[in-house]
Ligand binder design. Structure first.
Ligand SMILES: [Zn+2]
Length: 238
């Protein structure tokens, strides 16, 4: 396994590290992004944890390639704000679109370079979707015709099985959101694209564990790791 650290948006004030981890054998490519919104802390902590486990060799990528951008918008993260403008509305909607923001432009270029099978964008949101269908906390969001739907439904079902409180169960949402990273990855790159949203009023460790659990399942679906490797390495107690 090889880990390379590089810089995204290198020539700009938005520069931020990303990591490319190659397994020993060829396989699928998965891209994980966190911190597109700077105040969605658990998603950033989960992505950083994943990088740290890989660096310490506590977790190994068996096959394929993992690309992780742990804090996309570092300037927004420093101030613990969502970010102005909302970066998740600045991704290209069509191939011929002009660049709207240096970060979304370079992130999309990176995705285009690797053409990942899976594009996983980690976020956090308000509320519990199981109780209130209008909120996005505890949801997995995919585009309505996405190839990711069967796997994501499977992942939600498995995950919910291990969550005692029914109110904290994840629901699967299907929606288009032009301008978002997920929509661009789905629509333009034909990736299995998913947005993960944990509820930010739950305890931090619970939210980070949900995020890591979901990544464990997705990376298993893509055959990059054996199921349970992240959960085991991060010592998550179910
Ligand atoms: Zn968000």
């Amino acid at each position: 396994m090889k880990i390379k650290k590089r810089l995204l948006a290198e020539a700009t004030r938005f520069k931020t590290p990303y990591y490319v981890i190659n397994g020993n054998l060829k396989g699928k490519k998965v891209m994980i992004t966190a911190g597109v919104h700077g105040k969605e802390i658990a998603s950033i902590l989960a992505a950083k944890r994943l990088v740290s486990l890989l660096k310490k060799n506590k977790l190994r990528i068996e096959n394929g390639t993992l690309i992780i951008v742990p804090i996309v918008n570092r300037r927004a993260f420093k101030r613990r704000i969502r970010g102005i403008p909302d970066l998740n509305r600045t991704f290209p909607r069509k191939w011929k679109n002009k660049e709207r923001h240096p970060l979304s432009a370079s992130l999309f270029r990176l995705a285009k370079q690797y053409k990942p099978s899976w594009y996983v964008d980690l976020h956090e949101a308000n509320g519990l979707s199981k109780i209130n269908p209008k909120v996005l906390g505890q949801t997995l969001i995919v585009n309505p015709k996405s190839k990711a739907i069967p796997a994501i439904k499977r992942i939600a079902a498995h995950l919910n099985h291990s969550i005692d409180q029914n109110s904290r169960h994840f629901t699967v949402r299907m929606r288009n959101l032009p301008g978002s990273g997920r929509h661009a990855a789905y629509h333009l790159l034909k990736a299995k694209a998913v947005t993960v949203e944990t509820c930010w009023s739950l305890p931090m460790s619970t939210r980070v564990n949900f995020q890591l659990n979901i990544l464990d399942r997705i990376l298993d679906e893509a055959n990059l790791i054996k199921r349970g490797s992240i959960v085991k390495a991060a010592k998550i107690i179910k």
